[in-house]
Design a protein around this ligand. Structure first.
Ligand code: AHR
Length: 495
């Protein structure tokens, strides 16, 4: 099987916004509690309550931005319940996710601390579904006001003198569904109303993100852009890769066939069409591309692991998820002039997670490794790529076998990431490197495994991990490589 490509190394298509490598952590299952927050008195080593192993692992990803507190939880969350002395915080029932008691020990201060420790930007989702305009206005005042004011004074009383820098603020989440079952016309008006009170205090400038469409609901995008484009900086999009035919039969994370592997990858490639179509609607109202398309929930969604709480969305993560991650990141690069942020769902123990935890143990997933390998693209210049790949055929259907993306970093290095989607066939790759004026040597890393179901467990945490890749060479301006079946690779060309 073959793939031929041309990379115009002197033609830059767009800057890859590093926020495309963003994350999402919701009060759902064991994402926040156990996964990120164990509390200061926990026997699990922690940094002011945040578990240190997860923190250190996430730091290695250069997480640019973290979305919180939901998800569906955001439209039930009342932020005032999550500040002040922890023991006195109000308890509530997390009705969306397992009906468990939420003790509000992880609130605004703890989230901002996590972002500071990670060195990332916070992205807060405000409550439109069951919250008031005043509540939203006061949250922004609490976090960002620098003078004397009721909310800023309360923040100081609660131990934080300086305001935080807050750029990204979402006005509601999935308001077409769990966030209020609204029609786009109604939400567009509510968005205009609520965002008016999401104020810029002092030097803090908020980037306002409106709730966008569910998958292929193009009418939602049309109405939002028509009625509210001038009031927004970003518009979101949610799309999950669900291999099964229905939400009741999504399929297992680890026990799947070659057909399921193919179907999953085919379904994940739909992200390209979705972004292109939503972007085309946005172009009609915003030809300058001022407004970012913010893909703030994406990733795989399978049946939960047997014996776990169905409301906790805990799933394993295999080589299949690594391919899903690589392919989607390539799609976001391709649309970098419109896609300004993406947040994989979710960081720990939920859906397509970076890390899984069990008590004091932690394991890195294949998806984690893709994010770590691809971090060289963050903030890079996306280069012009033309790819012609043989098809990967299965059960009478076809998808391109190889996916490729290239960027140049600030030091002039060229990074080429590659995915071979085929479950059993290697790919011979030949890439013409046009516009290169110097000689380059190539180095690389590869992620693959002995089977399509390969994954890391607490007993075998390193079954899938990146290894050095020496199967690539550059000669006479042509890069050649043999990509093993079911693999993700990142090659670097440097002088
Ligand atoms: O990520 C899990 C859930 O998926 C989120 O809470 C919601 O926004 C979406 O439906």
């Amino acid at each position: 099987m073959k793939a031929n490509a041309i990379i115009q190394t002197d033609v830059v298509k767009a800057t890859i916004n590093r926020n495309i490598y963003g994350h999402f952590a919701e009060h759902l299952g064991r994402c926040i509690y156990e996964g990120l927050w164990v509390g200061e008195d926990s026997p699990i080593p922690n940094t002011q309550g945040i578990r240190s192993d997860v923190l250190e692992a996430l730091k290695r990803l250069n997480v640019p931005v973290l979305r919180w507190p939901g998800g569906c939880f955001a439209d039930e969350y009342h932020w005032k319940d999550g500040v002040g002395p922890r023991k006195q915080r109000k308890r509530m029932v997390n009705t969306h996710w397992g009906g468990v008691v939420e003790n509000n020990h992880f609130g605004t201060h703890e989230f901002m601390l996590l972002c500071e420790l990670l060195g990332c930007e916070p992205y807060i989702s405000g409550n439109v579904g069951s919250g008031t305009v005043q509540e939203m206005q006061e949250w922004v005042e609490y976090m960002t006001f620098d003078g004397e004011s009721p909310m800023a004074d309360w923040r100081r009383q609660n131990g934080r003198a300086e305001p935080w820098k807050l750029t990204y603020f979402g006005v509601g989440n999935e308001n077409w569904g769990c966030g209020g079952n609204m029609r786009p016309e109604y939400y567009a008006d509510l968005y205009r109303h609520y965002q008016t009170y999401v104020r810029n205090y002092g030097g803090n400038k908020i980037y306002r993100i409106a709730c966008g469409a569910n998958s292929g609901d193009y009418r939602w995008t049309e109405v939002l852009m028509r009625e509210a484009a001038r009031f927004m900086d970003g518009l979101s999009l949610h799309y999950y890769t669900v291999p099964g035919p229905t939400w009741q039969e999504k399929g297992s994370a680890t026990e799947f066939t070659e057909q399921d592997w193919f179907t999953t990858l085919k379904k994940t490639l739909f992200m390209d069409e979705l972004i292109a179509k939503h972007a085309a609607i946005m172009d009609q109202y915003d030809p300058e591309r001022r407004i970012g398309l913010i893909v703030d929930e994406w990733g795989t969604w399978y049946d939960v692991e047997p014996g776990t709480n169905p409301g906790f969305l805990y799933q394993q993560n295999t080589l299949r998820d690594a391919l899903v991650a690589g392919v989607n990141l390539h799609i976001f690069h391709k649309h970098a002039s419109r896609v300004k942020m993406a947040n994989i769902a979710q960081t720990v123990n939920v859906l397509q997670a970076m890390v899984l935890t069990e008590g004091a143990k932690m394991v890195l997933t294949p998806t984690y490794h893709v994010f770590e390998m691809f971090k060289v693209h963050q903030g890079g210049e996306a280069l012009d790529v033309h790819l012609k790949s043989d098809d990967y055929e299965f059960g009478g259907e076809r998808i391109p076998q190889v996916s490729l993306s290239a960027s140049r970093d600030a030091e002039g290095r060229i990074h080429i990431s590659l995915c071979n989607l085929h479950h059993e066939a290697a790919a011979d790759l030949s890439v013409q490197l046009r516009g290169l004026t110097d000689n380059r040597r190539v180095s690389g890393r590869l992620l693959t495994g002995p089977s399509i179901q390969a994954h890391n467990t607490f007993a075998q945490p390193d079954a899938v991990h990146p290894v050095p890749f020496d199967g690539a060479a550059v000669a006479g301006g042509v890069l050649t490589a043999q990509l093993p079946a079911r693999s993700v690779a990142v090659l670097t060309l440097e002088a």
